[in-house]
Design a protein around this ligand. Structure first.
Ligand SMILES: [Mn+2]
Length: 286
């Protein structure tokens, strides 16, 4: 039995199938864990979504910013649609409602049952232990599993307003910070104040207050290995007790499957499915 942690798919279904063939994936024995952003920008988002759902107990995923974007766009509100989206197949699918209903119930963090290992989409802010992170992830999961989920997604989630964490933060603001941290963060300060303007690789910001989240020396979640995606310009990185798995399949880089048992990074070279954007994303896009 093997457990593979797979980097951001973003609708790249054929490369996923090729990678699974390459690693001799055994569907009845192996587990696949996805770091999120399983949809959007690539050509086969519907196939990716159906595949991950079909894994049942042999699959795990965490929600990424593009997955949240799909959940918002599925409401039909025009402001949540973006020109660079490739989500039409999902909107038109006969199993659309079932897929969305399943997706919204996925967690923000997955922990290994016996080892100090956690998986998130973007990161865990430095001020939280993994136990605290689990509590906060669960707060969002509760709302996403309730009847209020669409109100949260379409009226309260998007935007960069809530950048600072306080334990006393309440209501939608609290939930918005939690999603922003797990699904969107790259840089923050030591107290977890998020900075959404910085996007490049961290070596350019060595002395700044806002560091890559995993570089803060007092980070309280260093006792776990944390797997994450979201940051394709980092590339493959195994350092600082974290493992970066978004190796830019969508952009003509690689798709990564990190085997937890053997510690081997398996990769597939990918054809470019989407051109890097020069222009801005939609206003309401995460
Ligand atoms: Mn992402």
């Amino acid at each position: 039995m093997a457990t593979y942690i797979i980097g951001d798919l973003q609708g790249c279904f054929d490369p996923l199938q090729q990678l699974l063939e390459k690693i001799n994936y055994q569907p009845k024995q192996d587990e696949l864990w996805f770091v999120g952003d399983i949809v959007n920008r690539g050509p086969q988002s519907l196939e990716c979504l159906r595949f991950v759902k079909s894994l049942g107990e042999r699959g795990q995923m965490v929600l990424g910013n593009h997955d949240f974007h799909l959940l918002a766009a599925s409401s039909g509100l025009e402001k949540y649609r973006s020109k660079s989206d490739t989500l039409e197949d999902i909107f038109n699918a006969p199993d659309h409602d079932e897929l969305i209903d399943w997706l919204r119930q996925q967690p923000l963090m997955v922990r290994h049952p016996t080892q100090p290992i956690a998986m998130v989409h973007a990161g865990i802010p430095p001020q939280w232990t993994v136990d605290q992170a689990a509590i906060h992830a669960n707060e969002v999961q509760q709302i996403m599993r309730s009847d209020d989920w669409r109100e949260f997604i379409t009226q309260h989630l998007f935007g960069s307003k809530t950048k600072v964490w306080h334990d006393a933060l309440t209501g939608w603001e609290r939930l918005r910070y939690i999603v922003n941290a797990f699904a969107r963060m790259r840089y923050c300060n030591a107290q977890g104040e998020l900075d959404f303007d910085l996007k490049g690789a961290p070596d350019k910001h060595t002395h700044a207050e806002h560091q890559a989240w995993f570089l803060h020396t007092n980070r309280r979640n260093k006792d776990h290995e944390i797997f994450f995606g979201h940051w394709s310009t980092l590339g493959a990185m195994d350092a600082y007790q974290v493992h970066a798995t978004d190796t830019g399949c969508l952009w003509g880089g690689q798709l990564t499957a990190f085997c937890l048992e053997t510690r081997v990074r398996h990769t597939l070279n990918c054809e470019q499915m989407s051109k890097p954007k020069k222009s801005k994303v939609a206003k309401k896009s995460l």
